[in-house]
Design a protein around this ligand. Structure first.
Ligand SMILES: C[S@@+](CC[C@H](N)C(=O)[O-])C[C@H]1O[C@@H](n2cnc3c(N)ncnc32)[C@H](O)[C@@H]1O
Length: 255
């Protein structure tokens, strides 16, 4: 299969960036047969990242296997704020870590940081373990698997929990609906169910002056701020227009 044929097939399948994607597929394939098979998977609708096994995130190449949430460009804001809040030797916890993309950026940019990441999905956990360098990755529900020795020591608690309202999942592009697990998307009736549990549980784990960072949707930000207030945290909303990203940042006892 030649490159122009790959481009033609991708274009016919509706890929907007057919040339760019063809280049990625050609680079990933170890021969013409594999190129044909990778192209067929992409044409059938699998996300490019699942087909080639990696995603570009904040300048890193992050392993993303089939069945794992593909890190989004907008989550670069969450990663940047986590890096800014972390210090060498400090403890960072990445809840709902998925591929571990956010934690991987923190480990890459903050020397000596102590990273702990958690995901409920064993497929994501296996993937994150390949991405987070010296960080620890646990399988389980939110804070459940964290070692108790971390209580009161977490300087940065970061979470990109699922925040799509259940009723909106059917409106997502097929790439997400059909190839990413429901547990990575479904945030309950208003999308904020998992976020509320993250915020409600933060007090026990945060170090004095520690920060909680939660990615959310622009229209959901007020609800996320309310969850922070209920959990006793003072919150502010940080947005990045270029990335279409929104993160709620909270601390205890700051007015
Ligand atoms: C939107 S994805 C984000 C993944 C990753 N943080 C990122 O930004 O690419 C949400 C992740 O949360 C995980 N998750 C959902 N509910 C969870 C829970 N109760 N405890 C731990 N992880 C959970 C899912 O398995 C999924 O990997």
């Amino acid at each position: 299969m030649r490159v122009f044929e790959v481009v033609a097939r991708l274009r016919a399948a509706g890929c907007v960036f057919a040339e760019d994607e063809a280049r990625v597929l050609v680079e990933a394939a170890r021969g013409p047969e594999e190129l044909a098979s990778l192209t067929a998977r992409r044409v059938a609708g699998a996300p490019l990242e699942h087909v080639v096994g990696w995603a570009e995130f904040c300048g890193l190449r992050v392993v993303v296997g089939p069945g794992v949430f593909v890190p989004r460009r907008r989550t670069g804001l969450l990663a940047r704020l986590a890096v800014e809040g972390a210090r060498p030797g400090g403890v960072v916890v990445d809840l709902c870590c998925g591929s571990g993309a956010v934690g991987a950026v923190v480990v890459d940019r903050v020397p000596g940081v102590e990273l702990h990441a958690v995901d409920v999905d064993p497929v994501a956990v296996a993937c994150a373990r390949r991405n987070v360098g010296g960080g620890r990755v646990y399988e389980g529900d939110l804070y459940g698997p964290l070692p108790v020795s971390l209580a009161g020591r977490v300087e940065v608690l970061v979470a990109n929990a699922p925040y799509v309202p259940t009723g909106s999942i059917g409106l997502m592009p097929p790439e997400a609906r059909e190839f990413e697990p429901r547990v990575a998307l479904d945030g309950g009736v208003d999308g904020l169910a998992v976020q509320r549990r993250v915020v409600a549980g933060a007090a026990r784990w945060l170090a004095p002056g520690g920060v909680v960072l939660v990615e959310t949707g622009a229209v959901q930000a007020a609800g996320t701020v309310e969850a922070f207030a209920r959990g006793g945290l003072c919150a502010e909303v940080v947005s990045d227009e270029e990335l279409s990203a929104t993160v709620v940042v909270g601390r205890f006892g700051v007015r």
